[in-house]
Design a protein around this ligand. Structure first.
Ligand SMILES: Cc1cc2nc3c(=O)[nH]c(=O)nc-3n(C[C@H](O)[C@H](O)[C@H](O)COP(=O)(O)OP(=O)(O)OC[C@H]3O[C@@H](n4cnc5c(N)ncnc54)[C@H](O)[C@@H]3O)c2cc1C
Length: 409
């Protein structure tokens, strides 16, 4: 087996069992997921075979605690798994990041009885959950949620609309974030997360909505009209809804960054191979300095972004307080970089890259969503910038500066 184009030094920090999981994923990518990726992504219907393969191979279970049948992999391992999947098949990678997004609130907030009921079959891929946060009037500005839940004795009455919900057509359960009626709008804990089964009276799921990429994981809209939800199906406490959503989004953001880097790695591998094979103006494309500089920029930026993501995953595993800011930086950098790398890789492969039967056409369409989902790039920039401005007010000064106000100079 020849070496890969991209460094594997991150694997050195993992133990034997963790390296074994990654080796299994790589075999799966080489023998099945990679060769099948174009077929899987040829129509936007749920890719059951890919999902069941990931479940049977124990990849889905990496997201869940051991006491419920999971393997509770560290994030430093999961980013390697998702990167490898993203290198060949965005559908497979998104099924793993989507597992975090859609099931994390059950792990973090469900009662013991619900965990016993749902987590083992979720680990085995026998059932699915969907995460329903986004609404027609609340996407980036998620605090504008208009879905409401009103408590009536031992149940809540839930009404509202959700859109862009991944797996809505295949989910057995929905995690729905709504506003508790009777509470003020604004900061604080006025949101609630409820677990609603498919088929609940008053719940309707729209037809699947056509989209640009990420085929194999369709989206639909949801409508709740006075749906009765038992209090026992609340996740966390009243007021925990927003925190549970942020907890799920944090893991999914780290996954989005890993998926984007995997796709960027795949794109460079494909473009570099083309540059070796293709001759222009009397020499291989890759011998032209302009092409080498393009490849150099791509590889250097990807390795820098992998280092940032690895630091973020380590922070997550340690429970560092600034993990969320690092996750914003890692997602912003990796997903914007992926879009640029895939665009440049397609440029390098000329007309061949533009054809449907060449993987870069699919990579190009898939790259866009990573910049939008789980917080658009601009939203992460705002979060990061706000944090810098806040901390600068009290941070240790640069020793080159005098004491006192800088405006006195
Ligand atoms: C394929 C797909 C799958 C999805 N799956 C799910 C799911 O499973 N569950 C779920 O709840 N949601 C899901 N979403 C929703 C997704 O999280 C939202 O689309 C995303 O958060 C952006 O919200 P929005 O589309 O309403 O964009 P808007 O809020 O309308 O923002 C539009 C654009 O404006 C810019 N922008 C926004 N705010 C600012 C700002 N403050 N400063 C500068 N620029 C800004 C950004 O570029 C942004 O892309 C999915 C979306 C898609 C497309």
């Amino acid at each position: 087996m020849t070496d890969r184009l991209f460094s594997d030094h991150y694997l050195q920090g993992l133990d034997d069992a963790e390296r074994e999981v990654i080796a299994r994923v790589r075999t799966l990518c080489r023998e099945k997921l990679g060769p099948q990726a174009a077929t899987v992504a040829s129509e936007d219907v749920f890719a059951w075979d890919t999902f069941r393969t990931l479940a049977n191979e124990g990849v889905v279970a990496t997201a869940f605690p051991r006491e419920y049948g999971g393997t509770d992999a560290r994030q430093v391992v999961r980013i390697r798994i998702i990167e490898d999947l993203g290198r060949v098949c965005s559908t497979a990678a998104s099924m793993i990041t989507g597992t975090d997004l859609s099931a994390r609130a059950v792990v973090a907030g469900a009662s013991e009885a619900l965990k016993q009921q749902l987590l083992p079959p979720l680990c085995r891929g026998e059932i699915q959950t969907a995460f329903a946060l986004t609404e027609p009037g609340a996407g980036s500005d998620v605090r504008r949620l208009a879905s409401v839940a009103r408590r009536e004795g031992d149940h809540y009455v839930l009404s509202g609309h959700k859109k862009f919900i991944t797996r809505a057509s295949t989910a057995d359960w929905f995690i729905v974030v709504a506003r508790l009626t009777g509470n003020d709008f604004g900061k604080g804990g006025h949101f609630i997360a409820l677990l609603v089964p498919k088929g609940a009276r008053g719940l309707s799921v729209s037809a699947e909505v056509p989209k640009l990429g990420w085929f194999g994981v369709p989206i639909s809209s949801l409508s709740f009209q006075n749906v009765s939800v038992p209090v026992t199906h609340r996740l966390g406490k009243e007021g925990d809804g927003f925190a549970l959503a942020q907890d799920a989004l944090l893991r999914a953001r780290i996954g989005h960054a890993a998926m984007a880097l995997g796709r960027a790695i795949g794109a460079v591998e494909i473009a570099a191979t083309y540059a070796c094979d293709r001759n222009t103006f009397g020499k291989a494309l890759g011998e032209h300095q302009g092409v080498q500089w393009m490849l150099a920029d791509m590889v250097t930026q990807i390795e820098a972004s992998r280092a940032l993501l690895c630091a973020t995953a380590q922070k997550y595993d340690r429970g560092d307080a600034d993990t969320a800011i690092f996750a914003s930086m890692a997602k912003l950098h990796a997903t914007d970089l992926c879009m640029k790398v895939v665009t440049d890789a397609l440029q390098l492969t000329g007309g061949r890259g533009y054809l449907k039967d060449f993987p870069l056409e699919r990579f190009f369409r898939d790259a866009k969503l990573n910049q939008i989902g789980e917080g658009a790039s601009e939203v992460h920039k705002t979060v990061i910038g706000r944090d810098v401005a806040r901390r600068a007010a009290t941070a240790q000064r640069n020793p080159c500066l005098r004491d006192g106000s800088l405006t006195d100079y």
